[in-house]
Ligand binder design. Structure first.
Ligand code: GLC
Length: 606
């Protein structure tokens, strides 16, 4: 008898051990209010919160990256991980196509659902100009170009399509829109902002948030938006990324706050804190701005997520960093790798009375409410019916239109534009003429982006060939003798964040050489600039006949040919003042002395 009992205990334990299910199958409280969608998100939140342990609450405040969880999936259960992210480019292992992303998401989610209560995790990515981590997804123009469209309906449509392509891969949340107000083009993240004025940023912030989140966050084709980076990330001294905004509170509120007012009024569900500082105080520890202003004064009821390892930049040891950031108003911490240490430290701070339970409950309440509003409890897994929409022709047509509307015509001597489609011979040169990676810029397939044929799409050269008559000869970078017209496509190498910080915005030597060789042909020529910001172009303007600022147009280069050959008259207006020299930067509309090469809002047409 005794042996039978021992044997059965052994088998039951073995089953638990092998299946990893320690009786926690997400089924606790089967008839509770929080499991019933008839109740409001607020009611369900309060009910669930009252049933959670401290460990489960801390788990909701912990965000870990997929890269460290692939080989530690059970930690999602052990630490009740409430959120997972992919940093720039951190896709599924191996194939990075849409289906592989959906499979990765569903697998991670299945672990979150197998905890005692089974609170679904929420997964975030930087889908900042399309679902840009995913090969084959449509890549839209970066925000600096979208700002030049002055078209909030279009920006809303871009966000709606991005949300659909992101949701198709299971992902619930984008760390976008970036509503920085870039005031100094030395900043490597200039292209992530819609423009240099609070009015333009506020207009686009509303459009983007509504596009991502739709009318109802539980709609399977919508995702949670995240306005970033709070506050004044674009206002640092010398445009230094993660630097210090040395400005008074009047300027802080007039220039950098309106975008957040607009985003909050549009219902944005999350906001990301900025790495940067305001007058020497790191934003991640700034209780006045994160709590008193953002949550109390402005009434933001969503949750604040930290930036990547940003709490580690706070003064003191890890204990002080955890304490200060959470007490300041950070609700979820993008750890993203040392989640075990974070979990233990946060628990220690709470148990030691250094972080009040009210603060923990406030953070978890904010997070859970959003998860209920998103319908995550009812539909935690990928809706596979959406997969076919990723990279669709319809989506590419919208991206092409966004490219058309983002182009700014800065010069058109002798009206050489628009070009005829039946010219005998067009000669194309320039390192950015046939380069998808340069056309897309940073945050594309990888974090920093990279030169080359990195994803599907149409390069500028492809687009020119697609548009001209069959009898038109198009030569590229080889001998252009006898050509009627030249087209030189120049620009920047891809970069993201601080890697793009620069004190030298001159045209690079390769581009100067390409222009020189075109000049030698003695024919009229057009220059197209593919860049994340205005560069110093006075010499280039002298040498060239026409000049188009194309920013970082993304995968649909056909939109550039539409303007070149007159199928679309250029309508773009500068979203940033164009500087003459480096010493002139920062130069922004409204400056007491304002003498840029081209003013904010400038743009020619045909
Ligand atoms: C980065 C960026 C932020 C991004 C986050 C996750 O450091 O500052 O914009 O959302 O990390 O990739």
């Amino acid at each position: 008898m005794k042996n039978t009992i021992l044997l059965s205990i052994f088998f039951i334990t073995a089953i638990f051990f092998i299946t990893g299910c320690n009786g926690e199958e997400g089924t606790a409280y089967p008839d509770a209010i929080f499991r019933n969608p008839e109740y409001s998100a607020e009611e369900r939140t309060e009910d669930l919160l009252s049933k959670m342990s401290l460990d489960e609450k801390i788990g909701q405040m912990t965000q870990a990256e997929n890269s460290v969880l692939f080989d530690n999936k059970n930690d999602i259960r052990k630490y009740y991980i409430g959120s997972i992210l992919s940093g720039g480019g951190a896709g599924p292992r191996g194939q990075a196509n849409a289906k592989a992303w959906a499979d990765m998401y569903d697998e991670f989610q299945s672990y979150a659902l197998r905890t005692r209560i089974g609170v679904p995790m929420i997964y975030g990515v930087d889908a900042v100009h399309g679902h840009n981590n995913v090969k084959g997804a449509v890549i839209f123009p970066h925000n600096i170009g979208l700002g030049c469209t002055r078209n909030p309906e279009l920006v809303g449509e871009v966000a709606r399509i991005t949300a659909l392509e992101v949701a198709a891969t299971g992902i619930d949340w984008t760390f976008a829109p970036c509503i920085a107000v870039p005031r100094n083009e030395r900043w490597g993240r200039t292209y992530e902002g819609f423009g240099e004025t609070p009015e333009l940023v506020a207009m686009m912030a509303e459009a983007a948030v509504k596009g991502f989140q739709g009318a109802n966050l539980s709609d399977p084709e919508t995702i949670l938006a995240c306005a970033k980076h709070f506050l004044a990330d674009g206002g640092t001294m010398s445009g230094k990324d993660q630097g210090n905004a040395l400005i008074d509170e009047t300027e802080l509120r007039e220039i950098h706050l309106p975008g957040y007012l607009s985003a909050i009024n549009a219902g944005v569900g999350s906001i990301m804190a900025s790495f940067s500082s305001w007058n020497g105080n790191k934003m991640h520890g700034n209780k006045y701005l994160l709590t008193d202003v953002l949550k109390t004064e402005l009434g933001f009821s969503g949750f604040v997520v930290s930036d990547w390892q940003a709490i580690n930049q706070l003064p003191g040891g890890f204990d002080a960093q955890v304490r200060e950031s959470i007490n300041a108003g950070i609700d979820m911490v993008m750890v993203p790798h040392d989640y075990r240490e974070f979990f233990k430290q946060l628990k220690k701070e709470v148990e030691g009375g250094k972080i009040p339970m009210e603060r923990i409950d406030d953070a978890v309440r904010r997070i859970l409410k959003i998860k209920f509003q998103m319908g995550l409890f009812e539909n935690p897994l990928t809706d596979r019916s959406l997969l076919s929409s990723v990279g669709s022709k319809e989506h590419r047509e919208v991206a092409r239109d966004a490219v058309r509307q983002s182009l700014v015509l800065l010069q058109n001597k002798n009206r050489i534009l628009p070009l005829a489609k039946n010219l005998k011979h067009i000669h194309v040169t320039g390192k950015s003429a046939d380069n998808m990676g340069r056309q897309c810029g940073g945050w594309t397939i990888t974090w920093q982006g990279e030169s080359g044929r990195i994803t599907a799409g149409t390069t500028v050269l492809d687009a020119i060939k697609n548009t001209v008559s069959p009898d038109t000869k198009v030569t590229y970078s080889s001998d252009g003798k006898g050509a009627d017209i030249g087209i030189v496509v120049i620009g920047e190498e891809p970069y993201a964040e601080g890697k793009g910080d620069s004190n030298d915005l001159d045209i690079d030597e390769k581009d100067k050489t390409a222009i020189e060789s075109m000049k030698k042909l003695g024919i009229p020529f057009v220059v197209i600039l593919i860049s994340g910001r205005p560069l110093l172009i006075q010499e280039v303007l002298k040498d060239s006949d026409a000049f188009i600022a194309a920013w970082l147009p993304g995968s649909e280069g056909q939109g550039i040919a539409d303007v070149l050959f007159g199928d679309y008259k250029p309508t773009g207006k500068l979203s940033l003042s164009w500087p003459k020299t480096m010493i002139q930067i920062p130069v922004n509309v409204g400056d007491p002395v304002y003498d840029p090469l081209f003013e904010y809002g400038f743009g020619l047409t045909y």
